[in-house]
Ligand binder design. Structure first.
Ligand SMILES: [Zn+2]
Length: 418
């Protein structure tokens, strides 16, 4: 018993010493290789940006998939195109088999929010430290970082992993409805999932970072069924669904305040058909944000309890629904440990700081990846940039080398872990 404890303690000391020594020293060969790869990354970014790939642009998405698949094959991956479950869009999956124990998955998305023809008004262009183009940060930069980091690792002869899986999906900007389930089930087969959404540009956030949590989304619906009647001749025969809906909306407007990690706002409603009829039906919809895995369940239970507590209009029926979209992403203890490793790796680059963004209101596929709770998940390992979902989207060129170094070094480090 005692010797086991001692052995564990010694192993811990060895690990700590080893980690400390490692954390202090930059891998010069890897860093030089990352520097050497910068021009090729820019070339890849240009190729990706020049293919317009809005979520609705299926031919464009297919061309991005062709490019990504060819690159993965050239790196030695087994590749597959997998149709999304709800459309013709395809995902690209690449699998690498090594000789070690680590199972890691790297994810990024191929679609953008921009309409077809966007390049005419928002062209690809270089300006100082900035490289502009629609989707260049969100999320073509993520695809480029993954491809070129894997190229660096291949050039180093790195095989210290059991499996590296790469998944590029084509529907992130519209909720990942056709790819989220696969991301979740694949993630559960890996120890670690690294997600490559962009991080905020230094011109905005001062320091490059990673992301520790993101809200999940859901839609709450209240549907009231009453009884129609002539509003002038026999209003007492009716059961006004609109009045009952108003009552229930007021009763539940603050319901999420008592539930940690939940937020609810009624955002639109519809009731009644014509002026001279007591409305039979009324429906309200709420925008719901979730920051804890169990918040959806609790919110639904609270809505059900509250709406059955009192009725303003007798004989009306209230139906509550809560439809969960993208689940919340919470790095938790294991994701935060990954972030700490990332920070130590960044520190090797002349003490470059790495900021931990606590939360974002935007959704991310890291939510699906962390759904099963089996893999440690870290988000925002893509390039530093700004203007996502807006105008003049750009990346900062001086984030390319640090980000290539970060992913390569992090994977190597994870490959060594006991
Ligand atoms: Zn994105």
């Amino acid at each position: 018993m005692k010797s086991t404890v001692l052995a564990r303690y010694l192993a811990l000391v060895a690990l700590t010493v080893c980690t400390t020594a490692w954390a202090q020293k930059r891998d010069d060969a890897l860093f030089a290789a990352a520097q050497g790869a910068q021009a090729a990354v820019i070339d890849t970014l240009q190729q990706l940006v020049m293919i317009e790939s809005g979520s609705g642009n299926l031919p464009g998405l297919s061309r991005v998939a062709d490019l990504a698949q060819a690159r993965l094959q050239a790196l030695g991956a087994q590749t597959e195109r997998i149709r999304t479950s709800n459309s013709e869009r395809v995902m690209v999956k690449g699998s690498f088999t090594g000789t070690g124990r680590l199972k890691a998955m790297l994810i990024a998305h191929m679609d953008t929010v921009y309409p077809d023809g966007i390049l005419a008004s928002q062209p690809y262009k270089l300006d100082g430290n900035r490289l502009y183009g629609p989707g260049i940060a969100d999320d073509k930069g993520g695809i480029a970082v993954i491809l070129h980091s894997l190229a660096l690792l291949k050039a180093q002869g790195w095989t210290d992993f059991a499996r590296i899986t790469v998944l590029f999906n084509p529907d992130e900007e519209i909720g990942s409805g056709g790819s989220g389930a696969l991301i979740e089930s694949l993630a559960a087969q890996h120890d670690v999932v690294l997600s490559y959404e962009p991080t905020a540009a230094k011109s905005m956030a001062k320091v490059e970072g990673v992301l520790l949590s993101a809200a999940g989304t859901a839609t709450a619906t209240l549907e009231v069924k009453g009884r129609a009647a002539h509003a002038g001749a026999a209003p007492e025969e009716g059961r006004n669904a609109l009045i009952e809906l108003s009552h229930q909306m007021l009763a539940t407007q603050d319901i999420a305040k008592g539930i940690p990690g939940a937020q609810l706002n009624w955002t639109y409603a519809q009731g009644g058909l014509v002026r001279n009829q007591i409305p039979e039906k009324a429906v309200a919809t709420a925008d719901v944000r979730l920051l804890k895995p169990d918040a959806a369940e609790k919110l639904k239970a609270a809505l059900l309890a509250k709406t059955s507590e009192s009725h303003r209009v007798p004989d009306t029926h209230v139906h509550v629904q809560l439809e969960v979209g993208r689940p919340p992403y919470v790095a938790g203890e294991r994701g935060t440990a990954l972030a700490q490793r990332a920070r130590a790796i960044y520190a090797e680059l002349d003490g470059r700081p790495l900021f931990f963004h606590p939360v974002t209101g935007g959704g991310t596929d890291a939510g699906f990846a962390s759904g099963s709770g089996k893999a440690a998940v870290l988000e925002s390992l893509g390039l530093a940039g700004w203007g996502f979902h807006a105008r003049d989207e750009y990346i900062e060129i001086d984030s390319i080398v640090p980000r290539l170094y970060l992913t390569s070094r992090l994977l190597q480090d994870l490959g060594k872990a006991p």
